[in-house]
Design a protein around this ligand. Structure first.
Ligand code: HEC
Ligand code: HEC
Ligand code: HEC
Ligand code: HEC
Ligand code: HEC
Length: 396
């Protein structure tokens, strides 16, 4: 009885709980007090003292500060079992961490400068998760002390403490910021949320008025892969090539971006959570063809350049680039060795605002879209080719 009482009393830490507990047990204590009315003087005294003792013990032991938690029970701590669902000795989780630590999501440093309200949704973890709640394209405030995209950006880590925590934070169709079309790439919607064009402002209209460009960073921003993949957002000048209405790489690949960029990984170098399609080995660039070489796609292929299509697109991009330089429309001075196309912009002499005809601006827009996509047609061969061929044709 005594053990039952002390255990029960001491498990109640709050004073209020204790009072409620004592009241609820009043009947029980009363019986002990009633016992003090019976029997001999010694027995009465003993019963009275016993009842008082229980009350005093309850008050002292239960109103003091809470002590530290004890060590796990010898039956094995339930806490460890919960954590062990993921933090276990296999390399299942570790492999993803190793791959991720080799990705630009982890290594990139632009989250540090792109934490302003217009940038933070795509560049910071905090901004992205905030936008999933607010449904806005901007954050409510600058994100202080930001982190770049990480496990918690794409998964609900440490929420329910079971494997549902690996569910993706975003899977719904995506409404483009530029153009407003809604696209659905399955699980690839998560990627499209960030890897899409920013609104081009002002935007040229085919056969429309000239536009005034005030900032050399004018254009679709750096990562408009989703627009190319969907086949929208280009300046669609009529010409010898027709603009396709579908993209076999989109209709035949259920989860879009993920199927190729997160293919069966090669160590921590490509595929999986590196999101990479290529890696360096012994000074050579190796193409990770795991997703291409499957039975229902391009069985047995060892390279991206199937039927010379990548070479064809690379040549067209190089031709358009040269034409734009010759016409004084493209600034490649920030990319002196030609290795980082992301550093190429529309040319504003003296960095002053300049008027461009809609064709001039549209031609630069198409170049920036296609060249900065960097898939050389793999994301959408026909759309890429149509934009390049028709732009070159119109600039003749
Ligand atoms: C559903 C899987 C899962 C469960 C269950 C889980 N974790 Fe984690 N834990 C993760 C992942 C994923 C990370 C992030 C790893 C990374 O950032 O590289 C992580 C990270 C951590 C870290 C590193 C610091 C941090 O927060 O990123 C600690 C410490 C940790 N977990 C402890 C625990 C403990 C303790 C439990 C049990 C109470 C637990 N985890 C349960 C998946 C899990
Ligand atoms: C929260 C926004 C966000 C999401 C979601 C996201 N990315 Fe990214 N991704 C970025 C940013 C930002 C960078 C560049 C980081 C930097 O430079 O600091 C990047 C970089 C990359 C790169 C490297 C590009 C290069 O220049 O080498 C690849 C590839 C990539 N992401 C693919 C994906 C894929 C595939 C998905 C979907 C599984 C995805 N990303 C989801 C924002 C995102
Ligand atoms: C719609 C999402 C989105 C928004 C909004 C956005 N970015 Fe980005 N940004 C990206 C992605 C995705 C990349 C990665 C391109 C790549 O490496 O493939 C990127 C790349 C960059 C880069 C790297 C260019 C390079 O040369 O490596 C810089 C710098 C940058 N963004 C700055 C900004 C700033 C500043 C803002 C706000 C004014 C901003 N971004 C807004 C998605 C976005
Ligand atoms: C840019 C988004 C993104 C980031 C960042 C990211 N993941 Fe993932 N992760 C995914 C996607 C998408 C899948 C599904 C891949 C597939 O279907 O093949 C996935 C799958 C997983 C899985 C497999 C889940 C299963 O049920 O089989 C684990 C485990 C995982 N990620 C852990 C992590 C950890 C740990 C980190 C951080 C080190 C991380 N992820 C970072 C997008 C991301
Ligand atoms: C059919 C497979 C495939 C699909 C689907 C795909 N990609 Fe790619 N992606 C590639 C290949 C191949 C490259 C070029 C790699 C190279 O040559 O360096 C590439 C290049 C890129 C790059 C430039 C950086 C890099 O890794 O070279 C980014 C960023 C990127 N893709 C993001 C995306 C996003 C976001 C989606 C979904 C909207 C997507 N990709 C869909 C295969 C694919």
């Amino acid at each position: 009885m005594m053990r039952y009482l002390t255990e029960k009393l001491c498990s109640e830490t709050k004073f209020l709980n204790m009072i409620i507990y004592i009241l609820s047990n009043f009947f029980y204590i009363k019986i002990i007090f009633i016992n003090t009315q019976r029997g001999g003087i010694m027995k009465r005294f003993f019963n009275f003292a016993f009842a008082l003792g229980i009350l005093a013990f309850a008050i002292i032991s239960c109103t003091g500060p809470e002590g530290p938690a004890g060590p796990p029970g010898k039956d094995g701590s339930p806490g460890t079992a919960v954590c062990g669902v993921c933090h276990e000795s296999s390399s299942f989780l570790l492999a993803k961490q190793m791959q991720f630590h080799n990705s630009l999501h982890y290594l990139g440093e632009n989250f540090g400068i792109a934490n302003r309200t217009q940038c933070a949704v795509c560049h910071t973890h905090e901004g992205f998760r905030e936008s999933l709640t607010t449904k806005l394209d901007t954050t409510l405030a600058v994100i202080p002390n930001p982190t770049g995209p990480n496990c918690r950006t794409c998964h609900y880590i440490h929420t329910k403490y079971d494997t549902t925590d690996y569910a993706l934070t975003y899977t719904a169709p995506v409404k483009f910021r530029y153009g407003g079309q809604t696209v659905d790439f399955g699980e690839g919607n998560l990627c499209a949320k960030c890897h899409q064009a920013r609104p081009v402002s002002p935007a040229p209209v085919v056969n429309g008025d000239s536009i005034n460009v005030a900032n050399f960073r004018w254009g679709p921003h750096y990562g408009a892969n989703a627009n190319i993949y969907a086949g929208v957002g280009g300046f669609e000048i009529p010409g010898p090539e027709t603009y396709p209405t579908s993209n076999p790489h989109k209709t035949r690949i259920k989860d879009g971006c993920i199927t190729c960029h997160m293919a069966q990984p090669f160590g921590a170098f490509a595929g999986g959570h590196t999101f990479k399609m290529t890696y360096e080995s012994q000074g050579q660039e190796v193409e990770h063809v795991a997703s291409c070489a499957t039975a229902d796609c391009h069985p047995g292929t060892t390279k991206f350049d199937i039927d010379g299509k990548v070479t064809e697109i690379k040549n067209l991009i190089a031709q358009l680039r040269q034409k734009l330089i010759d016409k004084g429309l493209l600034d490649v001075s920030r990319n002196p060795d030609g290795t980082n196309v992301l550093n190429e912009y529309i040319l504003l002499p003296g960095n002053k605002p300049k008027k461009f005809s809609s064709l001039e601006a549209g031609a630069v827009l198409n170049y920036l879209l296609v060249a900065k996509d960097r898939s050389n047609g793999i994301h959408n061969y026909k759309y890429t080719k149509a934009l390049l061929v028709n732009t070159l044709n119109a600039l003749q």
